[in-house]
Design a protein. Structure first.
Length: 433
């Protein structure tokens, strides 16, 4: 539940009137996943620009949305066949008449092709789609999102399309996701992690707790890891989720070995969520503020990942999802330590992902949250907090569940074609790219 009073006020009749007259942000309540409303409310409109060779009908038919043109809840534009500037006109022709009719909290997903290094006209046209999508996402409003997926195989992208065309992706907008091939098809889309073990670090509270809850909802046996001083909270979370708690300091040199010893049957999903902040401008930052942030947020991720891969604890078909931050992508005043650490996580993902998949059959991805409503952000001074909430295309803060749903998508057995991706969960923050 958000504590955003402005969001609630803007949803009232007087609020809508005043925000329009004064030119203030007009955030719309987002439809998020719930057992009562697991799907978007309305039809799916499938459009094409250029000559496409994709067979999307089987995948789109399994999203739970029925085909239709009037007031669509979702629009999928297949632009994989766009190969030159002239055919970009077909993108405009397809979306211009329908964008206004997309329902509140609706979705627009544009499908593009990989850039062809041998055809600079195709590469230019396909790259143009990225600028188009990011721009449309900033103007579409009413809680609607726009994302771009580059793919060559529709079946391999099924988990990604299901995620983006559902309430689970409510706070993911303006993103580019590249999907490869050779994905496992999930047999159970309701409980895809049934029979699998997932470990979440820093899971006693906040975003980590939400991630643990969501993975348990999807069927995982969850191991809730946190520091010894949070042992009681970790046990409470684990008991509520039918999992187990593991109390240790993730920065310990032998943390990876201790995790491997505690999980002799192996691990299917590893979520690096543990993190701390020690904010201060560099000129005032002592080493006592620098070193712990780098150790918790980056060095421990490197050490434990290396140890668990070396030990074979993470099984073939496993998933590693690390938590980055928009601070690591765009920078943030007073957070040189945190920004450095989170940028390091991005470097880890991009370097390790192809090798981990080739050598261990394990994918490596990251989520990069923006402003998320937690106890930590609730303590931020009012005006800074309000700026953090409004400085994104959805004009509101995210919830821990938004990060958790994105993490669960990356952890899905059918998401094997998604590798080396850093997905911002920030409502398309105006900071950075």
């Amino acid at each position: 539940m958000t504590t955003d009073r402005y969001l609630r006020f803007a949803g009232t009749a007087p609020g809508r009137f005043l925000t329009r007259r004064l030119g203030l942000p007009q955030p719309a309540p987002l439809q998020r996943w719930s057992p009562e409303r697991p799907a978007l409310s309305g039809p799916l409109l499938h459009l094409t620009a250029g000559r496409s060779g994709l067979d999307l009908a089987p995948v789109l038919g399994r999203t739970g949305l029925t085909p239709g043109r009037d007031d669509p809840a979702a629009v999928v534009l297949d632009a994989t066949g766009v190969r030159d500037v002239g055919s970009l006109a077909e993108v405009h022709a397809a979306l211009h008449p329908v964008v206004r009719s997309v329902t509140s909290s609706g979705r627009v997903v544009v499908l593009g092709a990989p850039l062809d290094p041998a055809d600079h006209h195709q590469a230019a046209a396909q790259q143009a789609l990225e600028g188009f999508v990011r721009s449309l996402a900033k103007e579409i409003g009413r809680g609607r999102t726009v994302n771009l997926v580059r793919l060559t195989d529709a079946a391999a992208a099924e988990s990604t399309l299901r995620f983006l065309l559902s309430p689970k992706s409510a706070y993911v907008s303006g993103q580019l996701i590249v999907v490869g091939t050779s994905a496992e098809v999930g047999a159970d889309w309701d409980r895809p992690l049934a029979g699998r073990t997932a470990l979440v670090t820093g899971a006693a509270r906040g975003i980590g707790e939400a991630v643990a809850e969501t993975l348990a909802r999807d069927g995982a046996r969850v191991v809730v890891l946190d520091v010894p001083r949070a042992a009681q909270e970790a046990r409470s979370v684990a008991e509520r989720l039918g999992g187990r708690a593991l109390s240790l300091d993730i920065t310990a040199a032998d943390a990876g070995e201790r995790i491997a010893s505690a999980l002799p049957d192996g691990l299917d999903v590893l979520i690096h969520n543990a993190g701390i902040t020690r904010d201060r401008r560099l000129v005032n930052m002592p080493v006592e503020h620098w070193s712990p942030v780098l150790d918790v947020n980056l060095a421990s991720v490197l050490r434990t990942t290396d140890a668990l891969l070396k030990a074979g604890t993470i099984k073939p078909g496993g998933r590693i999802v690390a938590t980055a931050s928009i601070a690591g992508l765009a920078g943030n005043a007073g957070q040189t330590n945190y920004g450095a650490a989170k940028a390091g996580v991005v470097g880890l993902v991009r370097s390790l992902a192809p090798r981990a998949l080739a050598e261990h059959g394990v994918t490596v991805n990251a989520v990069a949250p923006g402003f998320v409503e937690t106890r930590m952000t609730a303590a931020i001074p009012l005006f800074i907090r309000e700026a953090g909430r409004r400085m994104n295309s959805l004009a509101q803060g995210g919830l821990p569940a938004d990060v958790a749903e994105t993490t669960a998508w990356l952890a899905h057995p059918a998401s094997g074609a998604v590798n080396g991706q850093v997905v911002r969960v920030c409502g398309q923050s105006l900071l950075g790219a």
